[in-house]
Design a protein around this ligand. Structure first.
Ligand code: SIN
Length: 282
């Protein structure tokens, strides 16, 4: 087995095959994966069958594993892995059934947002031979590069306040777990954020969570956030991931935003992902 990496046709996204994450990986192979990840922002490693411990051991090579605050969706006996799933058992969701309903970057509402998120696909819905539940990604770095110079100058040095409960108010999503969300304090991040590893600059705002911008009144701030969010979502900056069981998909939260596709329904379709977030971008 030898590692092969194939870039997607989009400006982000790559696929790795010929690697087994269940066994210890030599430094050269890990470096090749990490380099591809840093360059392409979204990396899919195909055909994996991992225990929780094997998955965590690989994730820890990318950075410190963050513990999610929605602990009731954690894998039993493994608080560092969160279930993302539409499966219900005993009338209740076994995991986070609503993750990714709107364009966002993970946990921007924390002081130290995760460098990367990993999803390992254990069950993926299929209909008529077609995979459902794709995840779309958009390059916030390409969006920054594509801005006109006046807008770049306008946002350089600006900061935005991120609030997790803002999403519920702005988009009507994230309606579960309100008491936990409301406890998260506001945090401030640059609007044009420099990636601490690659040094590239990205637009770092999301419509749901950015509730104000430094030095702007609420109307002007909302208009700017809406405009910047629309730039990120432009079709030219997108990669859409069609899932296969066994995929381990890693995305760079400082470089891309993402949105899930809810084209599957319970109980006709089952979707089960194991999610880990790793820190390291500030
Ligand atoms: C997420 O936004 O964390 C989940 C995305 C997905 O389930 O496709």
């Amino acid at each position: 087995m030898s590692l092969q990496i194939l870039n997607s046709d989009a400006c982000i996204g790559a696929e790795a095959t010929g690697v087994d994450l269940s066994v210890p990986m030599d430094a050269a192979t890990f470096d090749a994966l990490e380099t591809a990840f840093n360059k392409r922002s979204v990396l899919c490693i195909r055909d994996q069958a991992l225990t929780a411990d094997q998955y965590l051991a690989f994730a820890r090579r990318l950075g410190r594993v963050d513990r999610v605050f929605l602990q009731h969706y954690a894998l039993p006996d493994q608080p560092d892995i969160m279930l993302v799933s539409n499966i219900k058992e005993g009338g209740r969701d076994i995991g986070h059934a609503d993750a990714g309903r709107v364009w966002h970057t993970d946990m921007s509402y924390t002081a130290h947002p995760p460098r990367a998120t990993l999803l390992h696909a254990l069950e993926t819905p299929v209909a008529n031979g077609r995979s459902l539940g794709a995840t779309a990604f958009a390059s916030a770095e390409a969006a920054f590069s594509g801005l006109d110079e006046a807008t770049k100058a306008l946002i350089q040095g600006q900061t935005a306040v991120h609030r997790v409960s803002g999403r519920r108010k702005r988009t009507g999503t994230g309606v579960g777990d309100n008491a936990l969300r409301d406890k998260q304090p506001d945090v401030v991040h640059p609007v044009a954020r420099t990636h601490p590893i690659t040094g590239r600059t990205a637009i770092y705002v999301s419509e749901g969570e950015c509730v104000s911008i430094s030095g702007m009144n609420d109307v002007a701030a909302e208009a700017l956030v809406t405009r910047l969010a629309a730039e990120i979502r432009k079709p030219d900056y997108r990669y859409v991931h069609d899932w296969r069981e066994g995929d381990v998909l890693i995305w760079d939260n400082a470089a891309v935003q993402h949105k899930a596709t809810f084209d599957y329904t319970w109980p006709d379709h089952r979707r089960l992902m194991w999610r880990i977030t790793v820190g390291g971008t500030g």
